[in-house]
Design a protein around this ligand. Structure first.
Ligand SMILES: C[S@@+](CC[C@H](N)C(=O)[O-])C[C@H]1O[C@@H](n2cnc3c(N)ncnc32)[C@H](O)[C@@H]1O
Length: 300
């Protein structure tokens, strides 16, 4: 290590000692309701940053910087970093911790309420690409990810630490217990890849569950063509409404019992055994059923 590297290592936030020191100095108390579990492991941070494929021409949007453990590393790897933090008590801490990183801007706000398309356009217009990189607050993981995906933001990758079980559901293939409407929604927009699992011991305070880092690479276009995206997602939701029920029973409740016989024929016409469960259907099978149902007008 040369002198510069030693100075950088000494100021790294992601160690138990330095995190406790910062928390103590500012008298910060954790709010469980905001999902505040701060990462204290440099190796995990390195894996997150490496997965994001950043370089000085790229921008990174961080959600929930906490006291800046990940933000510091993103500032080294990316050309520009914007970090959105909801807790106003953390804003002065972040300003101090990140005072040497002049390519970082901290925005105080609730990511669920911000106009992210406008924020990305404003903050990253000179960048050749933008990725979201974050250790997400677990209580709002799914709403945040669905907002990022449904708003069709111009992102390259979304690399996030989330609850392990949720990461497994996002990456699950048809046929298993983990496969559900979240898997279909995520895989419609992205190619998911599990990067690593993370024990609960690398956080202060420790959460009750283990975590995983997942990388979602945004697709240029969805892997299936559907006539109506919103209807496709309604059909997917309906197909998983009661997991133990067959696709016929779940979709029967969606289209109305009077169409049951016609529904069976429609499923057969799509090459789907009516006795199958939703959890066995692939994206292209859901697309076929969705387009066929839309054409009937049974459930507009
Ligand atoms: C799991 S902590 C991660 C902190 C830090 N990035 C780390 O890795 O140590 C989640 C952070 O998200 C913030 N947060 C929670 N809800 C938020 C929201 N709706 N918008 C923006 N930030 C939020 C919390 O205050 C907290 O700082």
């Amino acid at each position: 290590m040369d002198k510069q590297e030693r100075t950088a290592a000494a100021s790294e936030v992601a160690t138990p000692k330095r995190t406790k020191e910062i928390i103590g100095r500012y008298g910060f108390s954790f709010k469980k309701s905001l999902g505040q579990n701060f990462l204290i492991d440099q190796n995990i941070l390195n894996k997150i940053v490496a997965a994001a494929e950043l370089d000085p021409s790229k921008g990174a949007l961080e959600i929930g910087p906490g006291i800046g453990a990940l933000t510091q590393q993103l500032a080294q790897a990316a050309g520009r970093v914007t970090a959105v933090e909801i807790d106003n008590r953390l804003i002065p801490i972040l300003k101090d911790v990140l005072s040497e990183n002049d390519n970082v801007e901290v925005v105080h706000g609730d990511v669920l309420k911000l106009d992210l398309a406008e924020l990305i356009e404003r903050q990253f217009k000179e960048m050749s690409g933008v990725s979201v990189v974050a250790n997400l607050p677990y209580y709002v993981t799914t709403p945040i990810l669905m907002k990022l995906l449904e708003e069709k933001l111009p992102l390259e990758h979304i690399v996030v630490m989330i609850q392990k079980e949720v990461a497994e559901r996002m990456a699950a293939k048809p046929g298993g217990k983990a496969y559900g409407s979240l898997s279909v929604a995520v895989q419609y927009y992205c190619e998911p890849k599990l990067i690593c699992t993370v024990p609960h011991t690398v956080f202060i305070p420790q959460p009750n569950v283990d975590s995983a880092v997942i990388k979602l690479s945004l697709r240029d276009k969805p892997p299936v063509d559907v006539k109506s995206e919103s209807y496709f997602f309604r059909v997917v939701q309906a197909s998983f409404a009661q997991r133990r029920k067959t696709i016929t029973n779940n979709l029967g409740a969606f289209v109305g019992k009077e169409h049951r016989e016609a529904l069976i024929e429609l499923l057969q016409g799509c090459g789907i055994d009516p006795a199958r469960r939703g959890e066995t259907l692939s994206l292209s099978e859901f697309a076929a059923v969705s387009d066929a149902l839309l054409a009937t007008g049974w459930s507009d």
